[in-house]
Design a binder for this molecule. Structure first.
Ligand code: NFE
Ligand code: MG
Length: 518
């Protein structure tokens, strides 16, 4: 038996350490350890509630707009604001464009290298001029011993794609993806003022009143994205997932509990009733029973997290975020969200298994793919295309609104009430995001964010249940303890963001150590 410690886990956002026990080539115990506390929630107390939008966005540089969106949804409710159709559509388009940047980045730049033997590029024998340029570029880097960041930290294994054609194409798409992501960010900035950290979504709607040139520029950029996302990104994921990685996909490596939660996101009406990505809960992998979500069943426990126990209970309206580094049995700064006491996965796979779009379900059935690391990549690519195509409808609807006098903000409800409370639940790239605010004397009395990676990378709870990642790691094959590549594949399949999950660096625990095998 051996203990494998990966610290820090690279090619993710934020600070994560993972410890596993390996027995007879299989993971038998796992700990997900968030090593950084940031203190955004206490920071908001006593401030103007509207500050939440801008302060919480600074949680993260990747999904920043997500927090602007969730906080504004919470403020809409607390202020009694009714977001006009134009405000809803612009929010959807601005945040949607952010997703078009975020998901391909995760696949090409953060994850694909776990599945490629990059040195195969030097063996490319084809004549495609673009691929020959890639071969030339990468071969020079290999010769110079300078392949970071393309070189994975681990040795290529049996699941690493080493066909020179496929690998060279994938690397060329890696480079192309950088270009397409920059364009997606520009799309978002057309409405957001800038990216990251948008400055247009506010309580009651948005502040940017677009003209027709802006909308048409957005449309033409969106059409280019749809072509790219459908014909390159999704195709690459399917080529890998139903080809060389099919055994991993069929074995459901990194599958976990089979519990999935989505709050629903991207409003399709102004009443907050229908969403592009649907709301629901699936338990124990039972896809025929998608249950409704009741937010009152959400708790965020801290039994194994470095925080003082909550005197007023663990529901986000009443809970607290007070660090306690001396806490016995604690091993992470990530809290432990649970739904009705259950650890639950959130994210693209959860969304797609709640929504069950026919095209993806057909692929899952045809290839007998099980929930796991590869399925997460497939779900992520699939939902990106669903979203991008729906965005065309929102552009059309926005133009129709412009024809009848576009309203983007509920100006009647801009000032904070003396007292109030509100919840903002939505879907962001890494999963279900919730913000809870309580207002007293016109200022924020309490603010809590329960973030996708907090759900997925939580530690054990008071009942001793593993967090979703921990559970997903147990059973993962590690044929060679010196090469625990399957562990990072499973970790990265969630696209974790520990910056969001923990929302001050502790000089004692944030020490950067080398990956080590004991
Ligand atoms: Ni920092 Fe985030 C997203 C949020 S994280 S990336 O998507 O909220 O778990
Ligand atoms: Mg929180």
């Amino acid at each position: 038996m051996g203990k494998v410690v990966i610290d820090p886990v690279t090619r993710i956002e934020g600070h994560l350490k993972v410890e596993v026990e390996v027995t007879n080539g299989v993971v038998t115990d796992a700990k997900s350890i968030g090593t950084m506390y940031r203190g955004f929630e206490p920071l908001l107390r006593g401030r103007d509630p509207r500050d939440a939008t801008y302060v919480t966005e600074r949680t993260c540089g990747v999904c920043a707009g997500s927090h602007g969106w969730a906080s504004s949804l919470a403020l809409d409710q607390a202020f009694g604001a009714k977001v006009p159709t134009g405000g809803r559509l612009i929010r959807n388009l601005m945040i949607g464009a952010m997703w078009l940047h975020d998901h391909p980045l995760h696949f090409y730049h953060l994850s694909a290298l776990d599945y490629l033997d990059i040195t195969a590029v030097a063996k490319y024998q084809g004549q495609d001029p673009g691929l020959l340029r890639v071969k030339d570029k990468i071969s020079k880097l290999i010769a110079a011993g300078d392949t970071a960041p393309l070189t994975p930290r681990y040795e290529p294994d049996a699941f690493c794609v080493n066909d020179p054609e496929l690998v060279t194409l994938a690397v060329s798409h890696y480079l192309h993806a950088l270009n397409m992501q920059a364009k997606a960010k520009k799309m978002s900035a057309l409405f957001a003022g800038k990216q990251p950290h948008q400055s247009s979504i506010v309580a009651g709607g948005v502040t940017m009143l677009p003209n027709i040139e802006v909308v048409e520029q957005f449309r033409s950029m969106l059409l280019e994205q749809i072509d790219y996302l459908e014909n390159i990104y999704l195709q690459d994921v399917l080529t890998f997932g139903t080809g060389p990685l099919l055994p991993l996909a069929q074995a459901g490596v990194g599958g976990g509990y089979g519990n999935f939660l989505a709050y629903g996101g991207f409003g399709l009406d102004d009443e907050g009733k229908d969403f592009l990505f649907k709301q629901g809960i699936v338990l124990d992998g039972n896809l025929s029973n998608v249950m409704p979500v009741d937010q009152s069943k959400i708790t965020e426990g801290v039994t194994h997290a470095w925080y003082k126990d909550n005197p007023n209970g663990d529901h986000p309206y009443d809970s607290d975020t007070v660090p306690d580094l001396a806490k016995k049995d604690a091993y992470s700064f990530v809290k432990a969200p649970r739904y009705d006491g259950k650890p639950i996965e959130v994210g693209p796979l959860a969304r797609m298994l709640v929504m069950q779009p026919q095209g993806l379900m057909d692929i899952i059935a045809k290839y007998n793919i099980k929930p796991g690391a590869v399925a997460r990549h497939a779900a992520r690519a699939f939902e990106t295309v669903i979203l991008a195509k729906e965005m065309i409808n929102w552009v059309n609807q926005l133009e129709a609104e412009m024809g009848k006098g576009l309203r983007i903000h509920d100006t009647e409800h801009w000032n904070p009430p003396a007292t109030g409370q509100g919840i903002g639940l939505t879907e962001v790239p890494r999963g279900a995001l919730g913000h809870w605010i309580k207002i007293k004397d016109h200022v924020t009395e309490n603010y809590q964010m329960v973030v996708p990676t907090t759900w997925n990378f939580s530690p054990k709870d008071a009942q001793g249940n593993y967090g979703p990642l921990e559970k997903a790691l147990i059973g993962v094959p590690i044929p060679d303890e010196n090469n625990p590549i399957n562990i990072v594949r499973v970790i990265r399949s969630y696209d974790p963001c520990l910056a969001c999950a923990i929302h001050l660096i502790d000089p004692q625990t944030n020490e950067i150590r080398k990956f080590k095998v004991n």
